[in-house]
Ligand binder design. Structure first.
Ligand SMILES: [Fe+2]
Ligand SMILES: [Fe+2]
Length: 220
């Protein structure tokens, strides 16, 4: 259940997004390991679309944090430098993944599931350390309360939500988060307004339904 306390809500919201990123990361490795490579090659555009959605979502998530959240936390005296450094380390992996995806799209015969798994596994430590630190250290409600009032937190959440719409790509990011969130946790999903949740989200899902078939959960 979404906490009522704004400081706890901020941590909870970040944790939901990070859980979806983790679930998708495990799913990509599992599909690449378990499915027949020839079968994936026959559906390469959808499969690489799914893998590319993870790379894109994570880049958008970092951009929103760096532009809308971290500067405001820093202004209030929170220490954000180690998270920024972790983003830098992760981006080196994301660049390598993007280059591989582009090369496979240009020349599908060169696709290799083993290479894909090794690219993802190489990011393992940097990724998980960062996802944990941001939730458990930076956004720990006890330390957040020392620097930010409830009003400050509400303001940051409002700005971040608005910026997520312009910095990110809601048509990709929101279906991505939904299909990597177990249905039991979908209630009040990301605090989306009902028309977005029940009208736009299904339309956006449908636009890329061929890539979401690789995801572990449905839209609701
Ligand atoms: Fe984050
Ligand atoms: Fe982050």
């Amino acid at each position: 259940m979404t906490p009522k306390d704004p400081h706890e809500e901020m941590q909870y919201g970040m944790e939901r997004i990070h859980n979806a990123i983790r679930v998708a990361y495990e799913q990509i490795i599992a599909v690449a390991r378990e499915r027949d490579e020839a079968e994936l090659k026959r559906d390469l555009s959808a499969w690489l679309g799914y893998v590319g959605a993870w790379v894109e979502l994570l880049s958008h998530h970092h951009d929103v944090e760096e532009k809308a959240i971290f500067p405001r936390l820093k202004e209030k005296g929170c220490y954000v430098e180690s998270e920024i450094e972790q983003h830098r380390a992760l981006h080196r992996h994301l660049d390598a993944m993007e280059a591989a995806l582009a090369a496979w799209k240009a020349n599908p015969a060169t696709y290799s599931s083993a290479r894909l798994v090794s690219l993802f596994e190489a990011a393992d430590k940097d990724l998980f350390e960062h996802l944990d630190d941001e939730v458990n250290k930076l956004l720990d409600p006890v330390s957040l309360r020392k620097h930010l009032s409830a009003q400050d937190v509400k303001h940051i959440n409002d700005v971040a939500r608005k910026e997520a719409g312009s910095i990110g790509n809601p048509t990709l990011d929101l279906p991505f988060l939904a299909v990597h969130t177990p249905s039991g946790e979908h209630k009040n999903f990301l605090g989306l307004p009902l028309p977005v949740r029940y009208i736009l989200l299904p339309v956006w899902y449908w636009q890329r339904s061929q890539i979401w078939k690789y995801a572990p959960y449905g839209l609701f």
